[in-house]
Design a protein around this ligand. Structure first.
Ligand SMILES: [Zn+2]
Length: 254
């Protein structure tokens, strides 16, 4: 994961700022803090301290009934509320795509996804896997899985540009996504937005309408990559409860 250790000045600012927690907690925070998102990026690390994981809006969730009940998973929901980064592994497969077949083609986009997911303090550890280990679609995995395919149909039978499926734990990117020349004005389009957008679905998010948000459909030049605090918390609960996400010791300096 890419990151920049905060300057001493920035960490001192955290200590003297009127933040919650005991003095010793603040000292530990200052020692371990890290500036998550460099200044040249538009995103800020989000604050979800005012939210309750057990009471997040249903309309932001895809398949709400398949998401963890925080009354049952109280410890996980408490961890999700923390400011610590969650690191989660993602298996990546090249199935039969005619376009994507080398890890080097994707690393810059994966770095971008990790940049804007720092809003949610989630870091993806992308791991390229041999095609021989490609799991069956019908296998519901507790492992985030990304597949680059030629024309793989969704469970309903349609070949979409891309899709993310929560029960399956998988996101698929089809070559048709590259054949939309008129939409390529946005530098985030291929693959920087779709990759994070479909992972958002797998991590429990439904579509939203605001074009500033990652989870809005579309790839016009107006589309942006923002994440709401509520969406961040939904994904953090899912990452910890379903996909083996682990809390890192690092918190945000700002
Ligand atoms: Zn979508």
């Amino acid at each position: 994961m890419q990151s920049i250790v905060c300057s001493i000045l920035a960490c001192l600012t955290l200590v003297v700022a009127p933040v919650h927690g005991t003095e010793s907690e603040r000292a530990v925070d200052a020692k371990n803090c890290r500036k998550l998102i460099p200044d040249e990026y538009q995103w800020q690390a989000l604050d979800w301290s005012h939210l309750w994981a057990a009471d997040l809006p249903r309309e932001l969730k895809i398949f709400p009934e398949q998401q963890p009940d925080c009354a049952v998973h109280a410890g996980i929901c408490a961890d999700a509320k923390s400011k610590k980064t969650i690191v989660v592994d993602v298996d990546v497969f090249f199935k039969d795509s005619a376009i994507w077949n080398k890890p080097e083609q994707l690393r810059a986009y994966m770095a971008l996804v990790n940049r804007y997911y720092q809003q949610a303090r989630i870091g993806f550890n992308f791991k390229f896997r041999p095609a021989s280990e490609l799991p069956a679609w019908t296998e519901n995995r507790n492992q985030l899985t990304v597949i680059f395919a030629s024309a793989m149909p969704a469970p309903a039978g349609k070949v979409a540009d891309a899709f993310g499926n929560l029960p399956a734990g998988k996101a698929v990117f089809n070559d048709v996504l590259m054949k939309r020349q008129e939409r390529h004005a946005n530098p985030y389009f291929i693959m920087g937005k779709p990759l994070g957008h479909e992972l958002g679905h797998v991590l429990g998010l439904a579509h939203t309408q605001d074009i500033a948000l990652l989870m809005t459909q579309g790839t016009s030049s107006q589309n942006a990559l923002d994440i709401l605090p509520e969406q961040a918390l939904i994904m953090r609960v899912m990452a910890l409860q379903r996909f083996g996400g682990k809390l890192d010791s690092v918190i945000a300096c700002h």
